[in-house]
Design a protein around this ligand. Structure first.
Ligand SMILES: Cc1cc2nc3c(=O)[nH]c(=O)nc-3n(C[C@H](O)[C@H](O)[C@H](O)COP(=O)(O)O)c2cc1C
Length: 301
């Protein structure tokens, strides 16, 4: 049975990748299972300087999902390289460095610093507010997506995967803008904006008031967006949003994703991703499929 998939000329041993922000930099998760069994790891977002993130509470459970407002807490790109890369260097899996910023200059600075280290892909997290343009997220509309992707692409030797936000009007137009600006692939979806209220205290549950919704609650939205984007672009797509099982992952592959990422799953079941991989194999056995590539875009409509 072949589980290998190709993204931008790089081979993933299977199509299941840990999603950014839900797997740290891998170290804590390595006590759960052998990380080399993963198709890849998308690392926690890094920014130019250290960020302390938002005040607590920054996580809340919701029906079939969760809200988070962690706020890009990280030690900054220089510390990431010194502290995390020696451990990551030893792994035999594909690494995606997730880059965030408040300005186009910050995205460029971080990407430049990641050029001479052993990460396979740059994943551009464009869900961050653009502080120079009134605070709307870079990923909210095609114009700003085009501008940031075009600039970052100029400095990135690694293939550039642009991670789209679902908090937008036309996800397909955003994907096309990313492709036209030089993106080598698209990953989607990031979290949906949401909020929860504690009615006894009459206060929002998150200190940040709103946060990002993830988990099974968002899977139908994610699938429909992956399907739309797959119709609109020719570059590879990595799908995510609420994947908990192998069969969930197969849904994304059928809708046109070449690979998938699992985020919230890791917070519920720290050893969950190997079960997703096993579940895909089980599905392939049941359906007598020898090569996973036969599933990609195989939805019958
Ligand atoms: C606690 C938490 C932290 C996250 N941090 C990041 C991040 O640093 N960068 C990023 O691109 N996405 C981040 N995400 C979004 C996930 O990578 C993923 O796009 C989203 O959660 C949907 O997938 P899921 O339903 O499998 O979690 C985060 C999500 C959660 C729940």
């Amino acid at each position: 049975m072949n589980l290998k998939v190709d993204i931008c000329g790089k081979t993933l041993k299977n199509p299941v990748i840990a999603a950014s922000g839900c797997f740290g930099f891998g170290r804590e998760m390595s006590i759960q299972y052998d990380l080399n069994t993963l198709g890849g790891i998308a690392l926690k977002a890094v920014t130019a300087q250290k960020r302390i993130g938002n005040p607590p509470p920054r996580i809340a459970e919701t029906p079939s999902g969760m809200l988070n407002a962690v706020g890009l807490q990280n030690s900054g790109v220089d510390q990431f390289i010194v502290k995390e890369m020696p451990f990551l260097d030893k792994l035999d899996t594909i690494l995606f460095a997730n880059v965030a910023g408040s300005t186009i200059e910050e995205y460029i600075e971080v990407t430049e610093k990641l050029q001479n280290i052993a990460v396979d892909f740059i994943e551009l997290n464009i869900s961050c507010p653009n502080v120079k343009e009134g605070g709307n997220a870079f990923g909210a509309e095609p114009d700003t997506i085009y501008k940031v992707v075009k600039q970052v692409k100029k400095v990135s030797k690694q293939p550039l995967i642009v991670k789209l936000s679902p908090n937008t009007v036309d996800i397909a137009a955003n994907a096309v803008a990313a492709q036209e600006a030089g993106a080598d692939g698209i990953s989607l979806i990031n979290t949906l904006i949401g909020m929860s209220v504690d009615v006894d205290r009459k206060r929002p549950i998150l200190a940040n008031i709103s946060g990002g919704l993830s988990g099974p609650a968002i899977k139908p939205v994610a699938l429909s967006m992956v399907y739309k984007v797959a119709q609109a672009v020719s570059i590879p797509i990595i799908g995510m949003g609420g994947i908990m099982t192998g069969r969930d992952a197969v849904e994304f592959l059928l809708c046109g994703a070449t690979a998938v990422m699992c985020g919230t799953l890791n917070l519920i079941e720290p050893d969950g991703i190997p079960n997703v991989i096993a579940g895909i194999e089980e599905y392939m056995t049941q359906h007598k499929i020898d090569d996973i590539n036969e599933l990609i875009g195989g939805l019958i409509v």
